[in-house]
Design a protein. Structure first.
Length: 182
């Protein structure tokens, strides 16, 4: 084989990151396995690029309204916001099921009563890597994370605006797209 015959193949392997090329040295193995290349891509992919639309209800909504929103939007977690769109809590299917099995009037019970408060919610910013966000899902054993941005910092607490959501489904979608070569 001649050098001209191998050059296109070597170029493909160089673009894939498996080989490196240097003038006057030639081609050499980069030491990276395909798994290392995928891990590198996941660590460089930002949450902002893959987040989905958040499903929110206001803090003064009733539990009934939250249940309707949960089923009509086909999600597992709703984020609770103020009228100014600041995150104050989250409510899951399990939270709503517990209160629905009780004897109360779902139209009169405010969602604030059953929600998980902001202090106990794990959040992710749009600038964090997909790897870090997926790690938070696993470590904290939750199905969804609100993607937030800080809109103001008071002396006692941060005001967070919900700009998206990052879920287990998002992670699976990324996995499938990588498997398809996208």
């Amino acid at each position: 084989m001649r050098r001209a015959t191998l050059r296109p193949d070597l170029a493909v392997l160089t673009m894939a990151g498996l080989l490196e090329a240097r003038p006057r040295v030639g081609y050499f193995y980069s030491g990276k396995t395909p798994y290392m290349l995928i891990a590198e891509e996941i660590r460089h992919l930002k949450v902002m690029e893959v987040k989905s639309v958040p499903v929110v209800v206001t803090e003064d909504a009733s539990v009934y309204d939250a249940i309707v929103a949960l089923f009509t939007e086909d999600v597992g977690t709703l984020f609770i916001v103020t009228n100014d769109s600041c995150l104050v809590g989250a409510v899951s299917r399990k939270d709503l099921l517990k209160v629905a099995l009780g004897q109360g009037d779902l139209h009169k019970i405010p969602v604030q009563v059953v929600m998980t408060r902001l202090a106990n919610i794990i959040t992710v910013s749009g600038e964090e890597s997909v790897y870090d966000a997926a790690s938070k899902l696993v470590v904290h054993e939750v199905d969804a994370l609100p993607v937030v941005e800080v809109i103001s910092e008071d002396s006692d607490r941060e005001m967070l605006k919900v700009i998206g959501r990052f879920t287990k489904t998002t992670v699976v979608r990324i996995f499938v797209e990588m498997g398809e070569g996208r």
